[in-house]
Ligand binder design. Structure first.
Ligand code: FRU
Length: 496
């Protein structure tokens, strides 16, 4: 390649990055320096900083020629933008630097492992794609691609695997064995999506170990962005089943974010699946990636958008794509629990508390409003008939609102942003079964200018959604239908 795409991207960032004012961005959610962002990549702790990279096209608010953007933080709250880290420069990554992860190499350098995507002309003149796994080493700012890339090729996969859909390596180091492992998403002609495991003694020489699980054509033709970790005796494999049929209300049609729960046998390298669940029940959640903090917490971030909503760009946008607020992962009864990292408590200002408020008709509570808010509502039945529906509306004015409604008889939560002000015809509703607790439910909302993340019952379920409602619509209201609900409210403004 003749043009230095990394230098070009860095120059473009310097020129256009600063033209986006802080008020045009969310306050405590990550956005690209300029242009387009999708998956979080290389989420790691290196040399005293959290590093977070992302799939990045600086030049427009649509997906194209992937680079890696780069941010660092000391506390997972305040992020500093660094120059773009990777751009296509070789034959093996001429089509893009796709997703991957990071680790500290034994010699102290920061190692990035990513999918190089090559576009080449096949014998009949048509264009074809080949995906391989590649390394880059750096000092936390500048990275150099390994001279013998790629280190993992699709020829190393079992027969019947695709060479075009083989991506998103997630690396870790197994101390006891002094060995590196990575899981990679793959697609087979007979079984659909699979998660494959590779190992290496030295980061350079890799071998195929096993196929941990496969879709068997029940959950999509390809599994993107796998991860693997154990929490409290259960192993979890988050992954993205592509193009699947809807299953009840657990999975919608199209591309989903799911996780497998089960047991990974560390000696035999097999995985016994016990269940498959949605990782998030909102509209905008895809491509999660996790890491372990120095104090031992497993933290996950994800792209707060999906392939299905990637064209829902607001008019005149200078950036498009946000990451979820970092979530701490724990485990309960073999299921993943997700809660906002506790660091958020240091950003809470202007607290407002209410206790035992009876709700029937639509009610607004003094002091409970805003678009940069951490709000928890604990709902329970009042005396008499159990309410039939309880609704919280946020980002509300006379015309626009986004709502979350709980129906205790069905124990279903409905999220609806149909009236949030999108000018596109896009997916606007999603519902989720939640655990029935006799009409009690706790809903925590993280609202940040352009998004609403909901944490249900202390993180048993989450719903991540973008909203591009005008910022003056900052009302929050509560309503119970068919009976009385009693609520406690805890509300903070978030101030970075
Ligand atoms: C998931 C994904 C990854 C791929 C990247 C490309 O959103 O499709 O599988 O590496 O995005 O941008």
């Amino acid at each position: 390649m003749n043009i230095d795409l990394l230098a070009k991207a860095r120059a473009y960032e310097t020129e256009y990055g600063d033209r986006i004012t802080e008020t045009e961005r969310p306050v405590y959610h990550v956005t690209p320096t300029v242009g387009w962002l999708n998956d979080p990549n290389g989420f790691s702790f290196y040399d005293g900083y959290y590093h977070l990279f992302y799939q990045y096209n600086p030049y427009s608010t649509t997906w194209d020629t992937m680079h890696w953007g780069h941010l660092v933080s000391e506390d997972l709250l305040h992020w500093k933008r660094l120059p773009a880290a990777l751009a296509p420069s070789k034959q093996y990554d001429n089509f893009g630097i796709f997703s991957g992860s990071a680790i500290t190499a034994p010699d102290g350098r920061h190692l990035l492992i990513y999918t190089g995507v090559e576009e080449f002309e096949a014998g009949d003149g048509s264009k074809e794609i080949r995906q391989t796994q590649c390394l880059a080493f750096g000092d936390g700012v500048d990275y150099e691609k390994y001279e013998n890339n790629p280190v993992i090729t699709p020829e190393m996969l079992p027969d019947g695997s695709s060479t075009a859909d083989f991506r998103d390596p997630k690396i870790w180091y197994e101390e006891k064995e002094n060995c590196y492992y990575c899981v990679i998403g793959s697609s087979t002609f007979n079984d659909g999506g699979t998660v494959v495991l590779f190992s290496s003694p030295d980061l350079y020489n890799w071998k195929y170990v096993s196929t941990l699980d496969k879709s068997s054509n029940d959950y999509g033709f390809m599994w993107e962005c796998p991860d693997l970790f154990r929490i409290g005796g259960t192993d979890f494999i988050p992954l993205l089943p592509m193009k699947m049929f809807a299953r009840g209300i657990e999975f919608h049609s199209g591309n989903n974010a799911a996780y497998l729960a089960g047991i990974y046998d560390r000696e035999k390298h097999t995985f016994m699946r016990r269940g498959i669940f949605s990782l998030d029940y909102g509209i905008d959640f895809y491509a999660p990636q996790s890491m372990v903090t120095p104090d031992g917490r497993r933290i996950m971030v994800a792209w707060m958008q999906t392939p299905e909503t990637k064209h829902a760009t607001p008019q005149n946008a200078k950036w498009f794509g946000q990451l979820t607020f970092p979530r701490e992962l724990t485990q309960k009864e073999g299921r993943l629990i997700q809660n906002p990292i506790r660091e958020i408590e240091t950003l809470r200002k202007e607290e407002v508390f209410y206790e035992d408020v009876c709700i029937q008709d639509r009610t607004r509570l003094p002091g409970v409003s805003g678009r940069i808010v951490d709000l928890t509502v604990h709902v329970r039945p009042g005396g008499g008939a159990l309410y039939r529906k309880f609704t919280v509306k946020v980002a509300e004015d006379e015309e626009l609102f986004t709502s979350l409604t709980y129906d205790p008889a069905e124990s279903i939560l409905y999220f609806d942003r149909s009236y949030s002000g999108f000018m596109h015809y896009i997916l606007s509703e999603r519902k989720a079964h939640v655990r029935y607790r006799g009409g009690e439910i706790t809903l925590r909302f993280l609202i940040d200018r352009f998004s609403v993340e909901v944490f249900v019952n202390d993180g048993e379920q989450t719903m991540s959604n973008t909203i591009y409602t005008r910022q003056s619509a900052d009302g929050i209201s509560f309503e119970a239908v068919g009976g009385t609900a009693v609520i406690d409210v805890e509300k903070y403004t978030i101030d970075l």
